[in-house]
Design a protein around this ligand. Structure first.
Ligand SMILES: *Cc1c(COP(=O)(O)O)cnc(C)c1O
Length: 312
């Protein structure tokens, strides 16, 4: 184990034990003359950040001897991948992650979440594009062995409900303590798991989200796998087309405007969510609470891509 790996690992263990059972704090920012509250889930843990911490909370609490390995799949800069790597590192579980082929320059010189996850011991299994679907299906059957845990892409699994419910309880408590009557909770969607379970747990609030991967029809289909979509969950549309994780000047401008409020947000999900929210802001009365779901560890590799395209 090299020096860097040791320091990453011990930071993870210390932070996890510190944050179990504690609530994340709520800050207030001003943006374009309006007040917004921000639930600082980004501060809960440096690697198991934000909603991934919540979604994996049940597994964080699972005794280490329950599994020997965890298998999952997806993109190689994904926040979920890094969080799973941090979880497995702490538990002493092997972590096998299946992906499509990694670009050559990234393989020789990994950056961002990929670099961190590899340092945490992730074993990456690159699979050719035309074999990927098959490889993913065979991962699911590997979990028939009880020492292997299978986690679907992005942690889109009912196991997430437990930790998201705790987030909802923290929000309800804040809402009641402060006498907030009309509460809108804002959270961007990848798989939609966070928005879905938040809305299901919080009948006294409205949850506003937007599809970051694909469109609202894809997001609706994803959510339908978890159950009946709650009535207090609303999907907002952005009038500009943003492609997932693709550098785009209006998202960079949004990121910079947000950073100027004193809180850094992620360039992929949060920049798109805030950009969408501000297009609809005049129709939203009452109090707005944004769930900061972390993801900051991905900003460096995204900013590199902006620089590479001369957009910085
Ligand atoms: C993963 C992630 C999301 C999306 O969460 P889902 O539960 O998959 O919808 C949003 N924001 C950030 C920063 C994330 O890392």
């Amino acid at each position: 184990m090299n020096q860097k790996e040791m320091s990453v690992g011990s930071a993870v263990s210390a932070e996890i034990s510190k944050s179990i059972g504690e609530s994340s704090r709520i800050d207030c920012i001003q943006l374009r003359g309006r007040q917004f509250f921000v639930k600082r889930d980004d501060l809960v843990d440096p690697l198991l950040s934000g909603n991934k911490y919540r979604k994996l909370f049940k597994l964080i609490q699972t005794p280490a001897d329950q599994y020997q390995q965890l298998v999952s799949y997806g993109g190689t800069q994904s926040n979920a991948m890094l969080s799973l790597a941090a979880l497995c590192h702490r538990k002493g579980w092997q972590f096998h992650y299946t992906s499509k082929p990694v670009a050559h320059h990234l393989k020789t010189n990994p950056t961002g979440n990929l670099a961190l996850a590899l340092e945490l011991g992730m074993q990456l299994h690159e699979t050719a594009h035309d074999e990927y679907e098959h490889a993913v299906r065979s991962l699911q059957s590997r979990a028939d062995d009880s020492s292997t845990l299978f986690v679907p892409q992005g942690g889109a699994d009912p196991i997430a409900q437990h930790g998201i419910h705790k987030l909802a309880q923290e929000i309800s408590h804040w809402q009641q303590t402060n006498g907030v009557e009309r509460l809108h909770i804002v959270t961007p969607s990848g798989t939609g798991t966070t928005a879905f379970y938040l809305a299901a747990s919080l009948s006294a609030a409205t949850v506003l989200t937007t599809a970051t991967v694909g469109d609202n029809a894809c997001l609706t289909a994803q959510m339908n796998r978890l159950g009946h979509i709650p009535d207090n969950l609303h999907m907002l549309e952005n009038s500009n087309k943003h492609h997932f994780a693709k550098p785009c000047p209006d998202l960079l401008a949004m990121y910079r405007e947000l950073t100027a409020t004193g809180i850094e947000f992620d360039l992929i999900y949060a920049a798109h969510m805030w950009h969408t929210l501000l297009q609809h802001i005049d129709d939203i009365d009452g109090t707005i609470l944004y769930i900061h779901s972390g993801g900051l560890s991905g900003n460096k590799s995204m900013l590199d891509r902006y620089a590479h395209k001369n957009l910085l």
